[in-house]
Design a protein. Structure first.
Length: 162
């Protein structure tokens, strides 16, 4: 169930796009940016406000790979596993992130909701391979050692915020 603040937040997003159902994908991107995933209640609310079926909204949410129905951590780490990155040893980098954060192929987000680690087919930065991103910031020429340092830095950033 959405609370008043969440409904107001969603209404502001919808209003910024004039409640235009033709802009549903953009609206959903904004919602995901706000929550780091697409909450079920938010999708129902959007469907109702735009006067479109929940099935259509869910269809869009599940069709596009960039949308997530599962909560993600504060830091979303994407490790490229495209050809250039794979050949330049992205697998040990992925293993390092997972091992250091206690994650696996099936458990992709830490219990504290700080880190989510995903693989992607290509980040479009083949000349920088192997590469990963953290919340869209690109980290080129990664190694397992650089992955350790990056995790340490991000954890320090979290500590400094508190």
């Amino acid at each position: 169930m959405l609370n008043q603040d969440e409904m107001k937040k969603l209404d502001n997003i919808l209003l910024s796009y004039d409640y235009n159902k033709a802009l549903i994908i953009t609206i959903m991107q904004e919602v995901q940016k706000e929550y780091r995933y697409l909450p079920e209640d938010a999708l129902r609310y959007i469907a109702k406000k735009l006067n479109i079926s929940e099935a259509k909204v869910y269809g869009i949410a599940t069709f596009y790979e960039n949308f997530s129905l599962e909560p993600k951590g504060k830091y979303v780490v994407k490790i490229c596993n495209g050809t250039a990155c794979h050949v330049r040893k992205s697998d040990p980098i992925l293993k390092e992130f997972r091992d250091r954060l206690g994650l696996s192929e099936t458990k992709v987000t830490t219990d504290d909701m700080i880190f989510t680690v995903e693989t992607v087919s290509c980040l479009g930065a083949c000349g920088l391979a192997p590469v990963c991103t953290v919340n869209e910031k690109v980290y080129p020429s990664m190694t397992p050692e650089k992955a350790q340092d990056l995790i340490k830095k991000l954890k320090e950033d979290i500590s400094n915020e508190n």
